[in-house]
Ligand binder design. Structure first.
Ligand SMILES: *Cc1c(COP(=O)(O)O)cnc(C)c1O
Length: 481
């Protein structure tokens, strides 16, 4: 190499030096980032649960992508103003809309460490420790929902990908040629329809099973639909039940559905993205009996285990079904668990190179202990029951049956006027007030409000604030104020 070429490489090395801060600078960066996060967390308890969008656009970074780096302080200020403040405060204790996610601090530390070491978590041969840790974490999830030895699974970006992964495994195991029928109720999450389309089964015969007064799939109606298909020569392929629906939190009769699937040789998939992991606490186990008999389950640690967004999980009762659907290497020919650390995530999922997701789940379980998660879950279910009982005992409110899990759908019955319009206005008023964030849904053509209590930060005072907000807003609307 010529001296000139050498000099050019050395100059480029100097030009790229900003990519590798030195130790003292790293310490400064970490301290500043930690202080920034601390300020964010300090404001959460009293801050609003919802803010306008104006701040997103002011003041912009100029230029947003410059040739030269800019100071961390300026960059963090920008993030705080135009990213962290506007929109719904999903980390707030008073965020009870949709299905709240979490954001455990211990998980943030896990992400930081995973990114800093950048272990390659796709294959056992590259990072045996990372793969062992992911398999141990997924095995813990599988045991939590009562799956036997021989189960396997993988961490996904969320419930949608978990459901898709399970549906592809079910297709490979029981519907390779197509033509098998799919059964679910109208309360199934829309990601199920999306997953069927992506899996090439958009045109599979589809039976929408009616629900009962509590919005649970009717097992007798499922039995009839299955029998009708068998009689007509259509093969029952896949039954998808919900362990906690998003609009009312209803849990389908899982044990009765398991009996029917067993009888007809249909694959039994449970969408437990919202509710499945409540199996950790006694109240949840009471509501979810039968989930342990599923062939596969989608779970969402970024909901029911309070993790930051981006962590779902899929588990299959017979782990080999995932290997058969997704294996990219010849390893799948060997029995599960033949390598010392278990199967590689790259062989169990559509992904190859991936974030070392397990650490953000494993670390909080180590540091806080499983008992803390169990207590928090029991607390959420207790708080939802309390919210339900308080409204049930207050004049004018319609609340339905007590919640199966931690979600209450409710609405106000005004003395006069359009009930739906009133409840839409009620929701708008509560959201605009910004103290508590609730969301709405339509059930059988009617407008309802929902209160989903799932943040680890939500406690009794916050639920009292939610009750106060809806009762005050309804009274104001009634009075025409
Ligand atoms: C949240 C949810 C999903 C979708 O999961 P994502 O993590 O948002 O992809 C699917 N089903 C149910 C029941 C859910 O609550």
């Amino acid at each position: 190499m010529s001296d000139a070429a050498r000099a050019e490489l050395v100059a480029l090395q100097a030009g790229a030096a900003a990519l590798e801060p030195r130790e003292a600078e790293r310490e400064t960066l970490v301290a500043a980032a930690a202080a920034h996060a601390e300020a964010f967390l300090r404001d959460l308890p009293e801050g609003p649960s919802n803010r306008g969008w104006d701040e997103v656009f002011t003041p912009p970074l100029e230029p947003e992508f410059g040739e030269r780096g800019r100071p961390l302080g300026e960059t963090l200020d920008f993030l705080g103003r135009s990213v962290e403040r506007p929109g719904i405060a999903t980390a707030s204790p008073r965020f009870m809309g949709y299905v709240p996610g979490g954001g455990l601090f211990h998980a943030a530390i896990g992400d930081f460490l995973a990114a800093a070491s950048n272990k390659y978590a796709g294959f056992a041969s590259a990072a045996p420790g990372a793969v062992r840790l992911e398999n141990a974490t997924v095995a813990w999830l599988a045991r939590t929902i009562g799956f036997p030895e021989g189960a396997a699974g993988t961490l996904t970006s969320g419930g949608s990908l978990a459901n898709l992964t399970a549906i592809v495994a079910a297709r490979e195991a029981r519907d390779e040629e197509g033509g098998g029928a799919v059964y679910f109720s109208r309360t199934a999450h829309h990601c199920i329809d999306k997953a069927l389309r992506i899996a090439g089964r958009a045109r599979a015969p589809r039976r929408l099973i009616p629900t009962d007064a509590r919005h649970r799939m009717r097992a007798d109606a499922l039995a009839e639909a299955l029998a009708r298909d068998v009689e007509a020569g259509v093969r029952p392929w896949l039954v998808i039940a919900s362990a906690g629906t998003v609009d009312t939190g209803a849990v389908d009769p899982l044990a009765a559905i398991a009996d029917l699937c067993e009888h007809h040789g249909a694959w039994f998939h449970v969408d437990g993205a919202y509710g499945g992991l409540f199996m950790l606490c006694p109240e949840g186990r009471e509501a979810l009996g039968g989930i342990e008999r599923a062939d596969s389950a989608a779970l969402d640690p970024h909901k029911t285990l309070f993790l930051p967004y981006g962590t779902g999980a899929v588990v299959a009762r017979d782990g080999r079904t995932l290997l058969e659907a997704f294996s990219a290497s010849a390893d799948y020919i060997r029995p599960l668990g033949e390598t010392d650390v278990g199967p590689s995530p790259g062989d169990l999922s559509p992904e190859l190179t991936r974030h070392f997701r397990a650490l953000r789940l494993w670390l909080p379980l180590q540091l806080a202990g499983v008992g803390a998660f169990r207590a928090a879950q029991s607390e959420k279910i207790g708080l939802a029951r309390y919210f339900h009982a308080r409204l049930a005992a207050t004049e004018g409110w319609e609340v339905g049956a007590p919640p199966d899990l931690s979600l209450v759908a409710f609405r106000y019955r005004p003395a006069a006027g359009d009930v739906d319009a009133f409840n839409r206005a009620l929701l708008r008023r509560v959201q605009e007030e910004g103290r508590v964030f609730l969301s709405g849904t339509r059930i059988d053509g009617a407008d309802w409000l929902r209160c989903c209590i799932l943040s680890f930060r939500t406690h009794l005072d916050d639920v009292d604030a939610a009750l106060d907000a809806v009762i005050r807003a309804a009274a104001g609307l009634e009075a025409g104020a």
